[in-house]
Design a binder for this molecule. Structure first.
Ligand SMILES: *Cc1c(COP(=O)(O)O)cnc(C)c1O
Length: 452
C-alpha cells in the first residue's frame, strides 16, 4: 500500500445551512477497479476519457427486472428501447436476454433488422414514420404503434398497395396524476381521442388492432402513475371486448422507470430514495390483475424499460487536468470529461468517485469539463478530496442516453469498452479520429487553395 500522503491541515468554517445527514462527502473509499479491472489500466490501454460498460451489471439488472414482473404477472415481455443505448453490442446483450426491439425511427428500425432481430419482434413507435419506413414495417409484420391519424390514413393507403393486414396498436396519452402531462404523443384517453382512433381502426377493416400502448414519461418517481395508466388501458381493452367482441392481445406500458441517479436539487441520493423495479411491477401487475380480464384472457404485458436497465451499468472514467481557485476562492477542478459526452449532467448530480486512495480532507468543489464553454460544468458543487493533475475519477450511472445523445463538439468522442462476465475488456466503439469527421465533409473546388 502507498504511504499516506502528508497534507497540510486546514481549519474550516462550518456552513450555516443544513448539513447532509449522511455526512458531507459523497464517497469514503476510492473506486480503483470496475468489475475487477483497474481503472488505471483501463485508461492506459484505452485512453481517457473512456466509457466503460459492465455486462455483468446489465445482465443482473435485467434478471432482477424480469423476476420483479414475472413473479407478479404471468405473461411479460421486455422490448429494448434502442434510443436509450443503441450500441450494437449493448442491444445484442438485451436480445440475448430475450428482449424484443423498441425503435422510434427508420434508422433505429434498420439497426434492429441489421442486428438480426425478427421483424415480428420489433415495436415501431414515434411520431415520424415515413411511407418507406411503414412499408418496411408492414412487409416485416412488425408491431406499428400509431401516433396520429395522418399515420393511420397513410397505413390505410399502404395496405391497399401491399395487400397485407398490418398489426397495429395505438399510443394513448392520459392523465396519471403526474404533471406536466406528456400529451403530445398518441391519442388522449380522457377527451375520447383514443376511443375514436380505436373505432376508426376497427371499422376500417384494413388492419388488426392487437395492442394498446402508452409511455407516460421518463425518470418517473411515482409507481402509482403506472397503476393509473394500466387501469385506463385495461378499460379501453375491455370496451373493445364489449363492443366488438375482440381481444386486445397486449398492453404495453412503455418505459420511464427511474434509475438510481440523483436528480439535481434532490436532498437525498437517488440510490436511497428512488422507487425500485419491484415498486413499479407491483403497481402495474395489481392494476392489470384487478381489471376485468378473464383468467385465460389476460393480455401480454410489454415493457419498454430503457434507462432503469442500463444506467447503473455505465461508467465514465476520466483524468484531472488542473485545480484552481475561482475569483471567490472556491476550489475548481478541471477534468477531461465534457458535457458534450455527459449530457445527463444537465439533469443529474452524478456521483463522482476518486479512482485512487485519497487523504481525508474534502472540500466543496466545482468540477468543470475541458470545453471552452462556460456551461461545461459536470458538478456545480460536490465534496471531494484533493485530486491531483493526472489522477483519475469515476463518474457513475451514465449508461442511459449519454452514448446516443452525445455530441461531437470541440473534441472527438472517446472509446467505449465493455467488460464481459470473465472480466475481459472489449472495445465496442472505437474513438473518433479527424477522418471520422472530415470524411463526411466536402470542399468546393474554389475553396481548395489559400495563401496566408
Ligand atoms: C424513450 C422511450 C422508452 C424508454 O424510456 P426510458 O425512460 O429510458 O425507460 C420507451 N418507450 C418509448 C416509446 C420511448 O420513447
Amino acid at each position: 500500500m502507498e504511504k499516506i500522503r502528508y497534507e497540510r491541515p486546514v481549519i474550516k468554517k462550518l456552513e450555516s445551512n443544513m448539513p447532509n445527514k449522511f455526512g458531507s462527502r459523497t464517497e469514503y473509499a476510492p473506486m480503483t477497479h470496475i468489475d475487477g479491472v483497474a481503472v488505471k489500466e483501463l485508461i492506459t490501454n484505452f485512453g481517457s476519457p473512456l466509457f466503460v460498460i459492465s455486462e455483468k451489471t446489465i445482465r443482473s439488472t435485467v434478471a432482477k427486472a424480469k423476476k420483479a414482473f414475472e413473479t407478479r404477472y404471468p405473461k411479460v415481455q421486455f422490448a429494448w428501447s434502442y434510443k436509450t443505448n443503441y450500441l450494437n453490442a449493448i442491444c445484442s446483450i438485451f436480445h440475448q436476454e430475450g428482449s424484443w426491439a423498441e425503435v422510434v425511427s427508420g434508422f433505429e428500425y434498420d439497426k434492429a433488422i441489421s442486428l438480426g432481430v425478427d421483424g415480428k419482434k420489433i415495436i415501431f413507435n414515434g411520431p415520424e414514420k415515413t411511407d418507406e419506413d411503414l412499408t418496411k414495417a408492414i412487409k416485416n409484420d412488425s408491431l406499428i404503434h400509431i401516433d396520429h391519424l395522418d399515420e393511420f390514413y397513410t397505413i390505410v393507403s399502404l395496405t391497399e398497395k401491399l395487400k397485407k393486414k398490418p398489426r397495429v396498436a395505438i399510443r394513448v396519452n392520459m392523465d396519471t396524476g403526474v404533471y406536466p402531462m406528456w400529451d403530445r404523443f398518441g391519442f388522449n384517453y380522457e377527451n375520447g381521442q383514443a376511443w375514436d382512433a380505436i373505432n376508426k381502426i376497427i371499422h376500417s377493416g384494413k388492419m388488426e388492432l392487437v395492442g394498446l400502448h402508452c409511455h407516460i414519461g421518463t425518470f418517473m418517481l411515482a409507481p402509482s402513475a403506472y397503476g393509473v395508466a394500466a387501469t385506463k388501458l385495461a378499460e379501453l381493452a375491455m370496451s373493445v371486448k364489449t363492443k366488438f367482441d375482440q381481444e386486445i392481445s397486449y398492453i404495453d406500458l412503455g418505459g420511464g422507470f427511474a434509475s438510481k441517479n440523483t436528480l439535481k436539487g434532490s436532498y437525498l441520493p437517488g440510490n436511497d430514495t428512488n422507487p425500485t423495479i419491484d415498486d413499479f411491477a407491483e403497481a402495474i401487475s395489481t392494476a392489470l390483475l384487478n381489471a376485468n380480464f378473464k383468467k385465460d384472457k389476460l393480455p401480454l404485458l410489454i415493457l419498454e424499460t430503457g434507462r432503469a436497465l442500463i444506467d447503473e451499468a455505465g461508467y465514465l472514467v476520466g483524468t484531472i487536468i488542473s485545480n484552481k481557485r475561482s475569483s471567490a476562492g472556491r476550489r475548481t477542478t478541471i477534468v477531461d470529461i465534457g458535457v458534450n459526452i455527459l449530457f445527463t449532467s444537465f439533469w443529474y448530480d452524478h456521483k463522482i468517485t476518486p479512482a485512487q486512495p485519497f487523504t481525508h480532507y474534502s472540500e466543496d468543489t466545482c468540477v468543470y469539463g475541458p470545453l471552452c464553454m462556460n456551461i461545461d460544468v459536470i458538478r456545480e458543487s460536490v465534496n471531494l478530496p484533493l485530486l491531483n493533475r493526472g489522477e483519475h475519477i469515476v463518474v457513475h450511472t451514465v449508461g442511459a442516453y449519454n452514448m446516443t445523445q452525445w455530441m461531437q463538439f470541440i473534441s472527438l468522442r472517446p472509446r467505449i469498452v465493455l467488460i464481459d462476465l470473465d472480466e475481459k475488456c472489449h472495445v465496442i466503439r472505437e474513438k473518433e479520429t479527424l477522418d471520422t469527421i472530415t470524411s463526411l465533409e466536402k470542399i468546393p473546388g474554389h475553396l481548395k487553395k489559400f495563401d496566408l
